[in-house]
Design a protein around this ligand. Sequence first.
Ligand code: HGY
Ligand code: MN
Ligand code: MN
Length: 405
Amino acid sequence: MDWGLEAERRLIEIARCSMSQVGVTRLPFTAEHAAANAVIGDWMGQAGLAMHLDAAGTLVGCKRGPAGAPTLLMGSHQDSVRNGGRYDGIMGVALPCLALQKLAAEGVALPYSVEVLAFADEEGVRFPTALVGSRALAGTVDPAVFDLTDRDGIRMGDALDAFGGDAANVARIACDPAGILGFLETHIEQGPVLEREDLPVGIVTSICGIERNAVRFTGETGHAGTVPMPGRKDALVAAGRFISAIHDEAAQNADLRATVGSLALHPDVVNAIPDRVNLTLEIRAPEDADRADFAAWARVEGEKIAAQAGLGFVMDRTYVQEAVPCSPALRDTLARAAHSNAGRAVLLPSGATHDASAMADLCPVGMVFVRCRDGKSHSPAEFASAADMGVAVEVLADCLRALAP
Ligand code: HGY
Ligand code: MN
Ligand code: MN
């Protein structure tokens, strides 16, 4: 079998489980998610895995090893952003299934159990939270998240229960770390490094830390034609100065990313001065200290800009995830497999977050990146080649053979 071509065929097929015609939109606990799980169930069946849906809505494919042997966890998320690509997340479900199918076809019996996990919700697009499936296995889910609602006011707990999960008993699926060998995630790189290195795969060293802040500037509205320019308390002008300062300051640190991804103003009419601006400030960095320092600087800068114009300023952190180092042992095993299949192994940090970020609270984690055309992701233009995915399947298979309990 050409494992890369089969991966491409499978990802084209499952991309049809989408609310959108342009790109992939597959949100958790929806009809599209159910349709995708039917396809994933077929992949798992072909790999000889027994399937079940766990309380957090994760589709679990399991192959038992010798009695008492530990379990290696693999997988990624089935959900996407709106109008996203057909590789982000779901590639990390397809490729482990193919690697296990390949090993079975070669008669390889692994000395440990294996589970492939198709997590329901990593992106946090439908509900304002993320990583519910991986956090459930790590035992770190805050039960309050099940009361969060989507745009239609549907509670995440109700959506999960209606889908076949069991929000009230999610705590029961937390894994015992003693029985887990580790978690291996395969993911499209979503960046330009492997293309620049002209390599099909790379091995991840660490996953960035991330925090999200809700920021508000408060001024005074007034008639656009009668209020003189001097002395205006224009919230949007202050927010604009803040956003420019954020961009210029973040550019001083090559590893740090700061993004104002959403903004809303009030009263948002053509002939009135904005008196309120709400925006989100997301900060990411491989080092948590750099992220914290930048957030502290941003707060002082926002207060200074607001004070200069006599405006109010509020900055509240709404989400934080610490930076996660990958396991050196898993990293080195993956690097050896990458070296033997691609001739060279490049190590790189991940600027995107992943389910591995949450699984690191449970067990050692390792990640394989697959080359991403033009570094484009969270877009219909996202693309990984069949040949590169074929190399990734070989890397996974070699890593599985090399791992010992
Ligand atoms: O935002 C991220 O890094 C991930 O794609 N959820
Ligand atoms: Mn994503
Ligand atoms: Mn992803």
